[in-house]
Design a protein around this ligand. Structure first.
Ligand code: PMP
Length: 356
């Protein structure tokens, strides 16, 4: 068996230890005689898996008691609609910050349910707090702390006073400690830093629940999901279990403070290798560069195909940038070992020397 270094933005690499544990437990989970995939979600075995995953996540992120943690389906994209449905609470307006492709999608969907005030717009950088045009009587402010496609990350958490702050943390969750109490709601698709695709995490403050837009589908109602411990219907059991294994591993590795340290070191190595070279470039304002997704271009785009093919031969895969921006993108979530980053940096230097 030979595993590659997979720089995909999502579904992304999972920790090898987790895959091995899942493999070892696949046919017979802890003497139950069956796989987690085959268990009733209401049986005591799965209930214990579910409860432990939530407890571990609460510990890792320091989630206060006054927040619900929901394990849902439908991806972060479903939340683009569920957020206005649940959080407008009788108000007709919400603030949105637009920093790239995923912000735009969230805005487009919200416009179907309410008036959207674009509080700030910025390209290849984030707006400063002083540039936010916050609109007073709004239900919430939504932003995307890390734009996965553009590789733009907020270096600060916006200050919104009494207005609940809603964050799409799909590509930054679990990469560092954050103060959950600064947020009204945090959500994330799992397939980057949490586990396999098919699971979506929602962390939402209690007092925001229970006043949904008329005609909200039951499956989109956070209060219903919370009352039923995310088991109003059959939850994504295997994804929930795998996420639980990831949470345990993160605890073993020193929790989110340790992740932040490693992350910063890994990202710095890639950005340094770009900045050192005339051959590579990154278009993002240095203070707003993502720790997770590093887009870069080659001085000569005609060499893109060769770069990708040679990287693949060297065991470095999925480095092609998103189709909307072109170039390359290296996603370096928690599960990307530092050795993978070192191999990428060495390959980039070698390629530039030979072909630049
Ligand atoms: N938001 C962000 C920041 C993302 O990176 C993605 C997925 N790449 C999404 C939302 C959409 O997530 P999903 O595919 O789970 O709907």
């Amino acid at each position: 068996m030979s595993r590659v270094y997979n720089f995909s933005a999502g579904p992304a690499a999972l920790p090898e230890e987790v895959l091995q544990q899942a493999q070892a437990e696949l046919l017979d989970w802890h003497g139950s005689g069956m796989s987690v995939m085959e268990m009733s979600h209401r049986g005591k075995e799965f209930m214990s898996i579910a409860a432990e995953a939530e407890a571990d996540l609460r510990e890792l992120m320091g989630i206060p008691e006054s927040y619900k943690v929901l394990f849902l389906q439908g991806g972060a994209s479903s939340q683009f609609a569920a957020i206005p449905m649940n959080l407008l609470r009788g108000k007709g307006r919400a603030d949105y910050i637009n920093t790239g492709s995923w912000s735009k999608k969230a805005i487009g969907e919200a416009k179907r349910y309410c008036e959207v005030n674009v509080a700030a717009e910025a390209s290849m950088k984030t707006p400063a707090q002083s540039e936010l045009n916050l609109n007073g009587d709004v239900a919430y402010l939504h932003y995307t702390p890390n734009e996965t496609i553009q590789g733009v990350e907020f270096p600060y958490i916006p200050e919104t006073g009494d207005v609940p702050l809603v964050a799409d943390m799909s590509s930054t969750i679990l990469s560092r400690p954050i103060g959950v109490s600064r947020f009204g709601m945090i959500y994330a698709g799992a397939q980057k830093n949490i586990g396999p695709a098919g699971l979506t995490l929602v962390i939402v403050r209690d007092d925001l629940l229970g006043n949904v837009l008329e005609n909200t589908p039951t499956m989109f109602n956070y209060a219903t999901m919370a009352e039923n411990d995310s088991m109003y219907n059959t939850p994504p059991t295997f994804g929930w279990y795998l996420a639980g294994l990831v949470f345990k591993l993160l605890k073993k590795k020193g929790c989110l403070a340790a992740m932040a340290e490693i992350k910063e070191r890994k990202a710095k190595k890639v950005y340094d290798s770009i900045d050192r070279s005339e051959f590579y470039a990154n278009p993002v304002n240095p203070a707003d560069r993502s720790w997770m997704n590093v887009p870069f271009t080659l001085a000569n785009a005609d060499l893109d195909a060769d770069f990708l093919a040679e990287a693949k031969s060297a065991g470095l895969v999925t480095l092609k940038g998103h189709r909307s921006v072109g170039g390359m993108r290296a996603s370096i979530y928690n599960a990307m070992p530092e050795a993978g980053v070192d191999a990428l940096v060495a390959f980039m230097a070698d390629f530039a020397r030979r072909r630049g």
